[in-house]
Design a binder for this molecule. Structure first.
Ligand code: NAD
Ligand code: ZN
Length: 671
């Protein structure tokens, strides 16, 4: 029996030591805090039941943290301790009771409440008001010298102000504000390097750098929360007033610090901070209650590695372990195929989570995640739950790779990857149910078929009522079918039907645009219309033919070919023509319509009568290229109000310059 317990204890100790190493030395934990805390509680309760098995080196008995010999050791003037913690109200009530029992009185206890900042502890020694050295907590007795790095943190004074003690050892938490954390991880993703698991690890990793110039760039911050040693200056006799003293010496103190009375006051504070957790600019993992009167603190004293007069009340975990059961693929409104993780349900961030986003296939590759893996999932605030890492040591033998499906799970069309992008898309276009609504909205929009009255809301409704399946169904709508819809009076039904009828008369360019081929905007559609003159010729066009057209590159040409290669799309086009969609024959194609062919224009300054984008579109429609910079190849410059360097350069190079007025006259003389 005891042998078994001994084995369990040894196993727990070894596992916890391993996690400590990864967390404190490598700043790269492999399991979430919740899992670590569970093991620690298990070990504690085994040791409580078998006190004879407690050894001095047990992680329950000593301050965890290791020393990395890349840093000089620094012995602390007074030890840096840890905090005991509770995870629920019952345990907190029991803690309160123990305090009163130990103090043997029922006098009202005041507590200073503080957020439990999720960073790493630092001790900074000021001598005669000047920053002398700074050290991490290390094993509690000896820390690592990080003085050079600490000096780069903007909010840490190098010199104290006011009536400071001659010698001051002040303790605080170095942390990385959420905004800085998001930015650093965004940069890491862009550079394809490893991201930090959470702001705590980012802060620790940034402070424990051999090169202070790296620390300097990391936007670390600090709040101070206690005094280790002070000589030559009387200290206040409550914890709260001491914090105010720190502030008066120029040392930042968290603005959320507050004095309350008894358990009720503590719990009200807890609820308030928990409610505001997501709005706080820094990450916290709970709150800390500290007996306010220093004399009472001294009566209470310390246990092995933590004060009795303080306790951390931890918040529900935002990170948890669970298993990835499967990866499903969803098709978005634009055909983008996104992987969605199906998880073994787990309670995290206050709710039970069974799905998580995986963004795209690159993200899966970055995480290196396989089906069957144990993963760390994070749910903070209202943010969609995310998988942040894989616990590789728990990977089962039958873990399976995640593969993108070859066919759309909704319409079975082929799936393809966009060149140079992480996104896979369904090529189904108009036939894909998932893309249907979006496609119909685009088709009916003003710059496309311009069907007045057929707006987004009505399209949603018609799709939901199964009156619209794809764009061809627009022409099958009848008065009897729509009159019974909500908010559809007889008059609006008539108006809609006549608008549909009227819109059948269009141009080839608008029709091509209306099809919603990826990356075929109005200008490209116009170029295509002018080049091919007939829709049938465009449908048959080859990649090479398309690429030979001005402004059409490989990618766009590819999208066009893929769109028309889809048999369903061709059938839809036939049906639209049968329904009566028509356009005038293009009489004067290419050259005649494009008198500015071969010219390169530059637009600069502010235009009064139109937007720059409109001027650009006009020029492009007439065949000109529009470039962003003036060179000897520039044909003309359109210069609006307060034109600057481009105007100067164009003048220098003797390039033709149009005022807005001249430009408008020129354009209207062509049209
Ligand atoms: N995931 C892992 O593998 C892993 C490994 C080791 C430790 N951990 C985490 O670290 C915890 C244990 O670390 P610990 O021993 O440093 O204890 P702790 O972090 O629970 O509490 C002590 C620390 O709290 C910090 N703190 C923040 N705000 C404070 C405030 N207002 N007043 C006083 N202190 C404040 C200080 O840095 C102090 O050293 C575990 O509970 C776990 O969450 C995780
Ligand atoms: Zn599809």
């Amino acid at each position: 029996m005891t042998l078994d317990i001994q084995k369990q204890i040894d196993h727990l100790k070894a596992t916890i030591e391993d996690y400590n190493y990864q967390y404190y030395v490598l700043d790269n934990p492999s399991v979430p805090d919740a899992e670590y805390d569970r093991l620690m509680r298990e070990l504690k309760s085994l040791e409580n039941a078998h006190p004879e098995l407690i050894t001095a080196d047990s992680p329950t008995q000593k301050v965890s943290g290791k020393l990395d010999n890349s840093f000089q050791p620094i012995e602390h003037l007074t030890p840096m301790l840890s905090l005991d913690n509770v995870f629920n109200i019952e345990d907190f009530a029991a803690y309160q009771q123990r305090l009163h029992n130990r103090l043997k009185d029922d006098a009202v206890l005041a507590f200073t409440c503080e957020p439990k900042l999720d960073g790493l502890a630092i001790s900074i020694v000021y001598r005669n008001g000047l920053l002398e050295f700074a050290a991490t907590r290390g094993d509690g007795k000896v820390g690592e010298d990080v003085t050079h790095n600490i000096r780069t943190i903007a909010s840490i004074p190098l010199k104290l102000r006011g009536d400071y003690p001659e010698l001051l050892d002040v303790r605080g938490e170095v942390f990385m504000p959420k905004s800085a954390f998001e930015k650093i991880n965004q940069d890491a993703i862009e550079q394809g390097v490893k991201t930090f698991a959470n702001p705590r690890n980012a802060a620790a990793g940034s402070l424990r750098q051999l090169d202070p110039s790296i620390t300097a760039k990391r936007n670390l911050a600090v709040y101070f929360y206690s005094i280790g040693t002070a000589e030559g200056q009387a200290l206040a006799d409550t914890h709260y007033q001491r914090l105010m003293q720190l502030k008066s010496w120029g040392l930042p103190v968290c603005p959320e610090v507050k004095v309350v009375e008894e358990a009720q006051g503590c719990l009200t504070y807890y609820d308030d901070i928990l409610n505001r957790r997501d709005q706080l600019p820094y990450e916290i993992d709970g709150v800390v209650y500290k007996v306010n009167t220093i004399a009472t603190q001294q009566v209470l004293g310390f246990v092995a590695k933590a004060p009795r007069w303080a306790i951390a009340h931890k918040f529900p975990a935002q990170e948890e372990l669970t298993r990835l059961l499967a990866v499903d693929f969803q098709v978005g409104r634009t055909g983008a195929i996104t992987p969605v993780a199906r998880l073994e349900p787990v309670f995290v961030g206050g709710v039970t989570v069974s799905n998580a986003t995986l963004h795209n296939m690159d993200e899966i590759e970055r995480l290196g995640v396989k089906v069957g893996d144990t993963v760390i999932i994070r749910r903070a605030g209202d943010v969609i739950p995310q998988i942040i890492s894989v616990v590789l040591e728990r990977r089962p033998d039958n873990a399976a790779d995640v593969n993108i499906p070859e066919h759309c799970p909704v319409c079975a069309s082929e799936v393809e990857r966009e060149p140079d992008q992480a996104i896979y898309r369904c090529t189904g276009g108009l036939v894909c149910d998932a893309q249907k609504k979006q496609a119909i909205k685009h088709y009916a929009s003003r710059k496309a078929m311009d069907i007045e009255g057929l707006g987004d809301k009505l399209i949603e409704l018609l799709c939901d009522k199964k009156l619209l399946g794809n764009v061809t169904d627009i022409y099958a709508l009848s008065k009897t079918s729509i009159i019974n819809l909500e908010r559809m009076a007889e008059k609006s039904a008539d108006n809609l039907l006549s608008a549909i009828e009227k819109s059948k008369q269009t141009t080839l360019a608008k029709f091509i645009y209306a099809l919603g081929i990826r990356e075929v905007g109005e200008v490209t559609a116009l170029n295509l219309a002018n080049h091919f003159l007939e829709i049938e010729r465009l449908v048959e066009a080859s990649q090479e033919q398309l690429e030979s057209i001005k402004d059409i590159g490989e990618v766009v040409a590819h999208h066009i070919v893929a769109f028309f290669a889809n048999e369903e799309n061709r059938i839809i086009i036939e049906k639209l023509l049968e329904a009566g969609v028509h356009w005038p024959t293009i009489e004067n194609p290419d050259e005649d319509q494009q008198p500015l062919l071969g010219q390169t224009w530059v637009i600069t300054g502010t235009l009064a009568q139109m937007k720059r984008a409109e001027a650009q579109q006009k020029l492009q429609q007439l065949g000109a290229k529009v470039s962003g910079s003036v060179s000897s190849k520039t044909f003309a410059l359109l210069a609006g109000e307060s034109a600057g360097s481009k105007l100067n350069k164009a003048t220098e190079l003797g390039i033709k310059i149009y005022t807005e007025e001249e430009f408008v006259t020129m354009i209207s003389s062509i049209n």
